[in-house]
Design a protein around this ligand. Structure first.
Ligand code: ING
Length: 316
């Protein structure tokens, strides 16, 4: 019996620094109505979906970034999203900047059931970029200045009749992200991203290379863990800074089954069968049968590169 769910990847075009949250929520609600017309069970929005990608701006006084953060979820400006999604019987996921009551700051995402209840929260673990202003860079990428590394791990939740996990942007570049969810049996990973189309430290690396690494990361993660992936961009030019598109749906064999080819607000809707993950999980990536954890110790013992293990001669 197939386990079908209709997913809507809801790409957002650019959000300018001067744009109000209300104007962004209105755009998100329009996409939700469009998704409802296509009978979507789940709508997925990008990373930092409520604001411009503010980590590009250096603020001497970090407290000046507070207006970009949500101190409660839902809050007065995001409640309409929860209420409409519940009325439409649609689950949703979106990214936002989270300020906690005890003064922590995370790049977070929520998974909300069709009942309107938050079933899961994820806090971005792999934060790219830097803390202080870097004059060597063509543009700043200050996620390490404004956010702390996530402290919730990479959980997977029972939702929509399957096992759903979340990741955010840079997380997709790290195989550990995928494998930890794979070891929980994940069947669908939803992932928002805001990816600058140029490398601030490598002038020659432009959109084509960025898109290649984006696809490579998603396809590898999907294939090596036999999971569906819905990856959703915030795209376009924000205050002169270009974010790439690349909203796409990847199947458990690592194939890109659908992709948006523009950088505006837009939907990509597909009905996927979570049972399509079974073959990979029961054969080539039957982790219980094939993995050899006795040889993987370095992965959790070492953070950075250390001494090679080879003794410089035949090991036997
Ligand atoms: N953005 C980028 C991303 O990982 C980046 C940062 C781009 C890091 C390219 C390394 C290479 O897609 C976010 N928000 O993580």
């Amino acid at each position: 019996m197939p386990r079908l769910i209709t997913v809507a990847a809801a790409q957002l075009g650019p959000i300018q620094r001067a744009d109000s949250r209300g104007s962004v929520v209105a755009r998100m609600l329009k996409l939700m109505e469009d998704a409802a017309r296509e009978r979507a069970d789940l709508i997925v929005y990008p990373e930092l979906a409520l604001t411009t990608f503010f980590p590009r701006w250096y603020l001497e006084d970090r407290s000046q970034a507070e207006p970009w953060f949500e101190s409660c979820m839902p809050g007065p400006e995001t409640l309409p999203l929860f209420e409409r999604a519940r009325a439409l019987g649609m689950a949703m996921s979106f990214g936002y900047a989270e300020a906690t009551p005890v003064g922590q700051h995370f790049n977070s995402s929520v998974l909300v059931a069709a009942t309107g209840q938050i079933v899961g929260k994820y806090r971005k673990i792999h934060l790219p970029g830097h803390v202080e202003h870097d004059p060597e860079r063509t543009h700043q990428h200050l996620e390490k200045r404004y956010f702390e590394p996530g402290d919730l791990g990479f959980p997977v939740w029972n939702c929509l009749g399957g096992l759903v996990g979340m990741a955010i942007c840079n997380d997709r570049r790290w195989p550990e992200t995928w494998r930890v969810m794979g070891l929980q049996g994940v069947e669908l990973v939803v992932l928002g991203f805001n990816t600058p189309s140029v490398n601030s430290q490598k002038a020659g690396e432009g959109l084509a290379e960025r898109m290649f690494h984006h696809r490579l990361s998603l396809q590898a993660g999907a294939y090596q863990n036999a999971t569906w992936v819905v990856a959703v961009a915030k795209a376009g030019v924000e205050d002169g800074h270009h974010l790439m598109g690349g909203t796409m749906i990847v199947d458990p064999e690592g194939r890109i089954v659908a992709e948006l080819d523009h950088e505006a607000d837009g939907l990509l809707v597909r009905t996927i069968d979570l049972d399509d993950t079974r073959f990979g999980k029961e054969t080539i990536f039957d982790f219980k049968r094939h993995r050899r954890i006795e040889h993987y110790g370095l992965i959790t013992k070492r953070t950075g590169v250390g001494a090679p293990l080879g003794k410089g001669g035949p090991e036997l």
